[in-house]
Design a protein around this ligand. Structure first.
Ligand code: OOG
Ligand code: MG
Length: 254
């Protein structure tokens, strides 16, 4: 299997919602190869008319590293087709085995790339919001190695953000996060779970952008990574994510 073939296979799998074999079961896939495939999959989507909306960080919390059995921070690329408006109904029809996780989202206000400090990261922001990510690994049972999941765009499927709040007026180090499904609290966590401070995830995103030879641009979003393990997302559910002093975001599935 060539990288071009793998790109086509993973693109089709994400579009129609079917599982595929893990590439590392049959070929050797280096991390740079895996990122090249991830980029090529997204380029196919952009060529079909989608637009880039930012990046998502993965495995920035211990809860996620332990749940998925990997231990390196990665990223995936977001497009407008993955974006869900706050309060909207999300059709899970095209997804395989969706999971939802609570996140903190950053809105970029001025370009960042390469090595920056947390203080520079916060100054680059136009806003911060409570968010969720809907994951849908294209591998059976959400089982993968690091190169597999990177090639599969870090399991990205959908995401939604609450109302943007000013980022520089509050301490983001320990924001309590709560996930409710149908009015019942099903998970709680803290933004501190994200690399000890979610701004570190933004710093890591800028570093990965620098390594990829790009910048995170004004208007783009950075999902900082989940603060808890991901939860199975059923149809017909009303999910609400609340962040202490940061508002919330809601979605209803069908
Ligand atoms: C990979 C994506 C990880 C996060 O927030 O840590 C991720 C997966 O768990 O399938 O999005
Ligand atoms: Mg995530």
């Amino acid at each position: 299997m060539t990288l071009a073939q793998l790109t086509e296979i993973l693109d089709a799998a994400a579009v129609d919602g079917h599982t595929v074999d893990r590439p590392t079961d049959s070929i050797e896939l280096t991390l740079p190869d895996a990122y090249a495939v991830q980029r090529a999959v997204i380029e196919r989507r952009l060529a079909r008319g989608e637009s880039s909306t930012g990046v998502k960080m993965g495995f920035t919390s211990r809860a996620k590293m332990v749940q998925m059995g990997v231990d390196d921070v990665i990223w995936g690329l977001l497009t407008d087709a993955m974006q869900v408006e706050d309060g909207a109904v999300l059709d899970l029809g095209g997804l395989i085995h969706p999971r939802i996780e609570p996140e903190i989202a950053f809105l970029i206000g001025s370009p960042i790339s390469g090595r920056i400090t947390p203080a520079e990261a916060v100054r680059s922001l136009a806003g911060v919001a409570v968010a969720y990510e809907v994951l849908d690994s294209r591998y059976e049972g959400f089982r993968f190695t690091l190169p597999d999941v990177i090639a599969d765009n870090a399991s990205a499927a959908r995401y939604g953000c609450g109302i943007w709040q000013p980022a520089d007026v509050r301490d983001l180090s320990n924001i309590g996060l709560l996930v409710e499904i149908d009015g019942r609290v099903v998970a709680t966590g803290s933004s501190a779970a994200i690399l000890g401070h979610p701004l570190r995830s933004l710093v890591a995103a800028a570093r990965l952008a620098g390594e990829a030879g790009i910048a995170l641009e004004p208007g783009q979003i950075v999902l900082a990574g989940a603060a808890t393990a991901a939860l199975p997302l059923p149809r017909g559910a009303h999910v609400r994510i609340l962040g202490d002093g940061l508002g919330g975001v809601e979605v209803t599935t069908r």
